[in-house]
Design a protein around this ligand. Structure first.
Ligand SMILES: Cc1cc2nc3c(=O)[nH]c(=O)nc-3n(C[C@H](O)[C@H](O)[C@H](O)COP(=O)(O)OP(=O)(O)OC[C@H]3O[C@@H](n4cnc5c(N)ncnc54)[C@H](O)[C@@H]3O)c2cc1C
Ligand code: FES
Length: 260
């Protein structure tokens, strides 16, 4: 069991991502490693900038993208979607953030099994570290569905894997994307399938995987508050309809063990 650490650390870098019209929406945040002894891809970290006041009480959860031993930093990749992430987008090197982690469980990693990574939008974030930690990246295939130009995401980090994009320009593209996802799931029915993205995207993958009996995991991005199982703010339903905490029982679930 990896030891969880809660500590105030220093922001090392804030890097805006991409050159699109929506620049200012995607960021890579790097902060000082709080002293983690290790981490596994799929785990997440809660982040709360130290200057947040009582109107922003809770930290926000983010997938851990990368831990650099050379720089002694932890990286997360985030999209500015609301009050908390909007404020985080204003962080600058030298600012302080309180972080706690690494939290939650992780994706299965089977070095010799052909593994399909299905990412939707910012759901690509946990797979950056997954591809880096995998002993045989040539066994990995990333299929990445996205709305904004791919320069807005850390897509270039998957050069060592087979990789392809499904760009959604309008709702008319959805049938083609769903078709491709279903086809890919069938292709990997004897392999391992890992998925992270918006709920409808994961539901498509879950349904397709259950239909053909493929082994698939999905990573939930529910709202969270405490991140450690105490507040019940993140509950989801398991495969039997029982309420379980996403932060401690997940965020990664086998497709048959969660109701999306
Ligand atoms: C385990 C986990 C890993 C995550 N990893 C990443 C990541 O790597 N990168 C990233 O950008 N985001 C990630 N998220 C989502 C991220 O935590 C939320 O986007 C963030 O908490 C929103 O905070 P906010 O204050 O900016 O938004 P708020 O002001 O609270 O909400 C803004 C809008 O976003 C919606 N919203 C808020 N939280 C969520 C959510 N979790 N899911 C869907 N809609 C939501 C709200 O309903 C509202 O419409 C992850 C979430 C979890 C649980
Ligand atoms: S976020 Fe508090 S119980 Fe999961």
């Amino acid at each position: 069991m990896l030891k969880k650490v809660c500590r105030e650390v220093t922001v090392e870098k804030m890097l805006p991502f991409g050159q699109s019209a929506r620049v200012g929406e995607f960021f890579e945040l790097r902060f000082e490693n709080p002293g983690w002894s290790g981490w596994r891809p799929g785990q997440f970290v809660m982040i709360r900038p130290s200057d947040w006041d009582q109107s922003l009480i809770w930290g926000r959860p983010f997938s851990i993208s990368r831990v650099s031993e050379a720089e002694n930093t932890v990286s997360v990749f985030f999209q500015s979607v609301g009050r908390g992430t909007g404020r985080m987008a204003q962080l600058a090197p030298g600012d302080k953030v309180t972080v706690w982690g690494p939290l939650g469980n992780s994706f299965a990693m089977e070095p010799d099994t052909p593994t399909l990574l299905l990412a939707g939008g910012v759901g690509i974030a946990p797979f950056v570290g997954y591809a880096e930690q995998h002993p045989h990246p040539e066994k990995l295939e990333l299929v990445f569905a996205h709305r904004l130009p791919r320069e807005c995401y850390p897509y270039e980090d998957f050069a060592a894997c087979t990789h392809s994009c499904l760009e959604e320009h309008s709702p008319d593209d959805l049938p083609r994307i769903i078709d491709t996802l279903q086809h890919k799931v069938r292709e990997y029915r004897d392999g391992l399938i890992l998925c992270c993205g918006p709920t409808p995207f994961m539901r498509t993958v879950q349904t397709a995987a259950l239909k053909v009996g493929a082994r698939a995991q999905v990573s939930l991005e529910n709202r969270m508050a405490c991140g450690v199982g105490a507040c019940l703010g993140c509950v989801c339903k398991d495969g039997k309809g029982h309420h379980v905490q996403t932060c401690t029982r997940g965020p990664v679930f086998w497709a048959q063990d969660v109701t999306l």
